[in-house]
Design a protein around this ligand. Structure first.
Ligand code: CTP
Ligand code: MG
Length: 244
C-alpha cells in the first residue's frame, strides 16, 4: 500500500501502539505481566500478533520500559509490521506521550490505535469496529456493558448512582486521528494538575468538544490485572473440549 501510493497516502496510514511500559505491580510477578506466557507465548506477543495480522494495520509500535527493551525487541522481531520498540515512561500517560513523540512529523490524518499490551485477546472483529468508526469520528473507544451496578463512592458513602444502562467499561484499543490526540496531549502536558487513566480520558478532558464514539468490545478482551486474570487468560486460550 505504502509502496504503491507513495508519500501521497501517508495520511491514510494506520499505526497500532502497543503499550507495554508497565511493571504489573498488581499481578506481582518477578517480570512485568505482559512477559508472562499464556498458551505458550508472552501476553505481549499475543497482542502484537493481533495487530500485525490485521489487514487494516500498517505498522506496530511497541512501548516498553528501558530495562526490558531488548526482550521486547526480540519478541517483536518475527512480526513484519513492527517498525519500532521504544522506551516508555513512568506512567501509562507518559508511555503514550513517548509514542506520540515517535510519531512526530506524521500527518494529522494518520490513524493511531493505543492498545494495552496486557490485553492478549483483542481480535480482528474489535480492531475492525474501531477502524470502521474512525471513518466518521476522530476518537473511538471500545466498551462493554457492566453487569454489576457501578456507583460513585466518597469516604465510604454513595454519592452517585448513574443508571446502569448508561454506563460501560472501557477496553482498548482506543483509536484516534493523530492530529486530535496530539492536540489533546499538548494541552494535557501544559496542565500541572494532569491525571488520566487512558487516552480517551485525555481527549475527553482537554478537547471536550470532540465526540468519542463507543463501539462494542468483547468480554474476552480482558486486561490481565490481578493474579487470577492469568488463570482466566490461560483458560480462555485453551477452551475446555466440548462434551456431549
Ligand atoms: N503501561 C505503560 N507504561 C506505564 C504503565 C503502564 O505502557 N508506565 C501499560 C501497561 O504495560 C499495560 C497498560 O499500560 O499494558 C495498562 O496498564 P496497567 O494494566 O495498569 O498495567 P501496569 O501499570 O503494568 O500494572 P499495575 O498498575 O498493576 O502496576
Ligand atoms: Mg498501571
Amino acid at each position: 500500500n505504502t509502496l504503491r501510493d507513495g508519500m501521497g497516502n501517508m495520511a491514510e496510514q494506520t499505526i497500532a501502539v502497543v503499550l507495554a511500559g508497565g511493571t504489573g505491580r498488581r499481578v506481582g510477578a518477578p517480570t512485568p505481566k505482559q512477559l508472562i506466557e499464556v498458551a505458550g507465548r508472552p501476553i505481549l506477543a499475543h497482542a502484537v500478533a493481533a495487530f500485525d495480522g490485521h489487514p487494516g494495520i500498517d505498522a506496530v509500535l511497541v512501548v516498553m520500559a528501558a530495562e526490558h527493551l531488548r526482550t521486547a525487541a526480540a519478541l517483536a522481531a518475527p512480526f513484519g509490521k513492527v517498525t519500532g520498540v521504544i522506551e516508555g515512561g513512568d506512567t501509562r500517560t507518559a508511555s503514550s506521550v513517548a509514542a506520540l513523540k515517535a510519531l512526530d512529523g506524521r500527518p494529522d490524518g494518520t490513524r493511531v490505535l493505543f492498545h494495552d499490551a496486557a490485553r492478549p485477546f483483542v481480535d480482528a472483529a474489535v480492531i475492525g469496529r474501531v477502524l470502521d468508526a474512525l471513518k466518521g469520528y476522530d476518537a473511538v473507544a471500545v466498551g462493554v456493558p457492566s453487569s454489576d451496578t457501578i456507583v460513585a463512592v466518597e469516604d465510604g458513602l454513595v454519592t452517585g448512582m448513574p443508571p446502569r444502562e448508561s454506563l460501560c467499561r472501557f477496553q482498548t484499543p482506543q483509536g484516534f486521528r493523530l492530529g486530535t490526540v496530539r492536540a489533546a496531549y499538548e494541552l494535557a502536558l501544559a496542565d500541572p494538575g494532569l491525571r488520566a487513566t487512558d487516552d480517551c480520558g485525555i481527549v475527553h478532558r482537554y478537547l471536550p468538544e470532540v465526540p468519542i464514539r463507543v463501539v462494542e468490545g468483547d468480554e474476552r478482551n480482558l486486561k490481565v490485572t490481578h493474579p487470577l486474570d492469568i488463570v482466566l487468560a490461560e483458560h480462555l486460550a485453551h477452551p475446555a473440549p466440548a462434551t456431549d
